[in-house]
Design a protein around this ligand. Structure first.
Ligand SMILES: *[C@@H]1O[C@H](CO)[C@@H](O)[C@H](O)[C@H]1NC(C)=O
Ligand SMILES: *[C@@H]1O[C@H](CO)[C@@H](O)[C@H](O)[C@H]1NC(C)=O
Ligand SMILES: *[C@@H]1O[C@H](CO)[C@@H](O)[C@H](O)[C@H]1NC(C)=O
Ligand SMILES: *[C@@H]1O[C@H](CO)[C@@H](O)[C@H](O)[C@H]1NC(C)=O
Length: 304
């Protein structure tokens, strides 16, 4: 019974000793998930907590979409970060002017100079946030009462992706009009991730200036307010308009008939016929020649 109790601490001390010789470098980071706005300074912290080697070798690698590239190798900053970064305190990586393309995972690797196989590493996940730009907003100009209307708001620069909030006359609209008694007379839903605002059945209370704000961790941007107008579909007016058109058509028809009866068109066709230029009108010409005007008018009224 006593033997195992004495063996356990002995075994643990042995492991600890082994660990010290194998783990020549012990790393930690003040922040493994730094987030910075584009064009700002950021430090990718990598600190040697403990080492038993005098001259550790430091390398930084970037991992983005599965591709690994060197950032700090052979004691110089490589690639895209050249002139934009430096090594601080012998090991941390400082980027002076972060670019949106710097987002990714960075691996700090420190190896004992005398034995390259003994190294440790730590991974830093850098997020470079980008402010939204002014979103493009689509608001219909004018919608009839009772119809639905859709508004769109979107911008594509922001990182992480923007969320969108619609405003009417300066008031932020809730996701669902039903959730707020202030919007009792309206019926709408908005999707803050797609930027779509759908008005179900438009009424006069929906008239107003609409704009949208795109925002993310880095900032926000809004579009110009646009006026939505709502009009009545006036059934009486439409029927009245149709009646007027029908009436005008009837009057024109009656007018043409009367003109035929009074021989207005016959006169003009006779003057054509008298030129004798159209052979197909020969019959008409003959007819006209052989009859006086009164006769012709009488016959033509029978024809009609
Ligand atoms: C940072 O980089 C951008 C272009 O990537 C440049 O326009 C800007 O002037 C730079 N800012 C500083 C402080 O170097
Ligand atoms: C890196 O950070 C971002 C945002 O902070 C997070 O969404 C992502 O899951 C993180 N990735 C890893 C590998 O930790
Ligand atoms: C809703 O409409 C009614 C009648 O049109 C009006 O009296 C009331 O004030 C409106 N409510 C809101 C919150 O606008
Ligand atoms: C909002 O829009 C996104 C993207 O179009 C979609 O995936 C999501 O299901 C929508 N959410 C709701 C509540 O409709």
């Amino acid at each position: 019974m006593a033997a195992p109790k004495r063996m356990v601490p002995g075994f643990a001390i042995l492991l600890l000793l082994l660990g010290c010789t194998v783990m020549a470098v012990d790393l930690y980071s003040a922040n493994t998930n730094p987030e910075v706005q584009e064009f700002q300074r950021v430090e990718l912290s990598c600190v040697i907590k403990h080492t038993n080697t005098d001259n550790p070798r430091v390398e930084w690698k970037k991992i983005r979409n599965g591709d690994i590239s060197y950032v700090f190798f052979d004691n110089i900053i490589q690639g895209d970060l050249k002139n934009r970064a430096e090594i601080k305190g012998g090991i941390s990586l400082v980027i002076f002017n972060a670019s949106r393309t710097d987002t990714g995972r960075y691996r700090c690797e420190v190896a004992a100079a005398e034995d390259q196989k003994r190294f440790s590493e730590i991974t830093i996940n850098l997020t470079v946030t980008v402010k939204p730009v002014v979103p493009q907003c689509k608001v219909p100009k004018s919608v009839p009462v009772g119809k639905s209307a859709v508004m769109h708001c979107q911008e594509k620069e922001g990182y992480p992706s923007s969320v969108y909030r619609w405003y009417r006359n300066g008031d932020p609209l809730p996701d669902d009009s039903k959730s707020n008694p202030k919007f009792l007379n309206s019926s709408f839903m908005q999707n803050i991730s797609s930027g779509t605002l759908v008005l179900g059945s438009v009424n006069k209370g929906d008239i107003g200036q609409y704009y949208c704000i795109a925002s993310n961790a880095a900032g926000s941007a809004r579009c110009e307010a646009q006026l939505l107008e709502v009009y009545d579909i006036n059934i009486g007016g439409i029927i009245g308009g149709i009646l007027v058109v029908v009436l005008v058509l009837v009057l024109i028809t009656v007018g043409i008939c009367c003109a035929y009866r009074k021989g207005y068109f016959a006169n003009s066709s006779r003057s054509n016929g008298q030129s004798y230029k159209n052979p197909s009108k020969t019959d008409g010409v003959n007819y006209l020649r052989t009859s006086d005007e009164g006769d012709f008018r009488h016959k033509s009224s029978f024809v009609i």
